[in-house]
Design a protein around this ligand. Structure first.
Ligand SMILES: *Cc1c(COP(=O)(O)O)cnc(C)c1O
Ligand code: SF4
Length: 449
């Protein structure tokens, strides 16, 4: 067996210092222009068809950095980063795939294609785990661009941050990007948010999320941050920014026209006495390999911000313990703090990317056993389910019954957190809703009322 540290993180190309502004030429590829990517010539006609068919249902976007620096084209179509961005045939059920493929082959009109795409999307459980619930209300006004589910944290979806530098094929927010507008969050106004937080002293953390809030130009992002700092709300201790820019566009922090201003803004936050946590999304150790990522991490940390990392566990992309061990260890080496390993949610292509809870626990445990204590800040595997974030703490046998040991890491009711509870072991279960309470109980304790 290969040990963890034998193989260094492998960068695909060797772009190195000094990074120049000319590296900051960002080009997006979508269904419209992906065939102009030179490396696409390596794909077979069937592989290209799969992109065109599945790309009608799920959002598809990649960019020149991902194509040139992250994807290992020698390994395509099995390359994990390729699978991370390019729509995969298996993401649709065979009959769904055939239906769309047939429409495209017979030259159906756009209206018919869009109609069928929408029909298939509605079959793919587009709003899981009560998303769209927990919308806070202030003075009778709904704060449509936010979500307040756990007592101490509020999520905020700035309206100009509702896209990403590239789209992850597995993303549970795919309906937002696929134009299913009625469940899209958006909010222009920070004032309402500020007033809401001011009147909720239990809120300590504000999380900017999206999409990716760092697709915003710095001057746009500053319009959210500056009033917030000016409001000087004592009980708000932490600002978090959920982003995948370190992976999909690290130039954001190094060579973009407004990189310096962004770092200055980070510094302004930490100088104001608030904790700034960049919640970096990494799915594969290769995303950490390019020199420019290391440079970006360094620059962010120099502002006084911390970087915490999270990722779902994904079939076809990262379902190996060695890979997770390597990723966490590399993160610690670069000064990042491993935070969450998630279980793929029950939406979209869960049948393709999902891993059973049994397998998830095994992968987590094997990876966790291999890394130093400093990387064991990570928690998981965790399901962001309707009642809360539930960790699969293990599999055990109690009174001759094989069970999953579970616990809340976050709960709708804070009192649920940290209480172990038990479900019947089920080898094929992939989500909380697949589980039954153990010991012939009728319901789980949190379902009591
Ligand atoms: C995960 C999550 C949070 C943050 O929870 P932490 O455990 O503090 O990281 C907040 N709101 C929602 C809806 C979440 O899913
Ligand atoms: S970067 Fe985040 S929000 Fe954007 S597609 Fe990927 S997982 Fe979804």
């Amino acid at each position: 067996m290969q040990t963890l540290f034998e193989s260094p993180l492998r960068a695909i190309s060797s772009k190195n210092y000094p990074f120049s502004k000319s590296d900051s030429y960002y080009k997006a590829y979508t269904l419209r222009n992906f065939k102009s990517i030179p490396q696409i010539q390596k794909l077979t006609a069937a592989q290209i068809e799969a992109i065109e068919v599945v790309g009608r249902i799920f959002p598809f976007k990649t960019n020149n950095y991902v194509v040139d620096e992250l994807i290992d084209w020698q390994r395509v179509p099995d390359d994990p980063v390729f699978i991370l961005n390019f729509p995969q045939k298996g993401m649709l059920k065979p009959h769904q795939y055939e239906k769309m493929a047939q429409l495209l082959k017979t030259g159906a009109c756009k209206k018919e294609i869009d109609h069928t795409a929408m029909e298939i999307r509605w079959k793919l459980n587009p709003h899981p785990a009560g998303q769209g619930l927990n919308i806070p209300i202030y003075n009778g006004i709904k704060l449509r661009g936010s979500q307040h589910k756990y007592k101490e944290t509020i999520l905020f979806f700035p309206s100009q941050g509702q896209t990403c530098h590239a789209f992850c094929t597995f993303c549970f927010r795919w309906p937002q990007f696929a134009g299913m507008n009625d469940i899209k969050f958006a909010m222009q106004e920070t004032n309402l948010l500020i007033e809401y937080i001011r009147h909720h002293p239990e809120i300590t953390d504000l999380i900017f999320t999206g999409g990716d809030p760092l697709v915003m130009k710095t001057r746009v992002f500053a319009k959210y941050i500056d009033p917030l700092l000016k409001a000087n709300i004592r009980h708000l201790k932490t600002i978090r920014i959920g982003t995948k820019a370190l992976s999909y566009w690290p130039n954001r922090f190094v060579t973009d026209d407004d990189s310096e201003e962004l770092l200055d803004l980070f510094n302004k936050i930490t100088r104001s006495g608030k904790h700034l946590a960049i919640m970096g999304h990494f799915n594969h150790p290769r995303e950490m390999a390019p020199e420019i990522v290391k440079e970006a991490i360094q620059r962010i940390r120099e502002t006084g911000a911390e970087i915490r990392t999270q990722s779902p566990l994904l079939n076809h992309i990262n379902n190996q313990p060695e890979l997770w061990g390597k990723m966490w260890q590399a993160q610690v080496e670069l000064g990042c703090i491993p935070y969450y390993m998630f279980v793929v949610r029950d939406t979209g292509a869960q049948h393709f990317f999902g891993v059973t809870l049994d397998e998830a626990w095994n992968i987590f445990r094997k990876a966790y056993q291999k890394v130093s204590g400093l990387a064991r800040t990570v928690r998981g595997p965790s399901m962001s389910a309707y009642p809360g974030k539930i960790q699969v703490a293990g599999v055990s046998e109690i009174q001759d019954e094989k069970v999953f040991v579970l616990q809340f890491l976050q709960g709708r009711n804070p009192d649920w957190v940290g209480r172990p509870f038990f479900a019947k072991h089920d080898r094929s279960a992939k989500w909380l809703t697949d589980l039954q309470p153990a010991f012939n109980q009728e319901r789980f304790f949190f379902e009591a009322d």
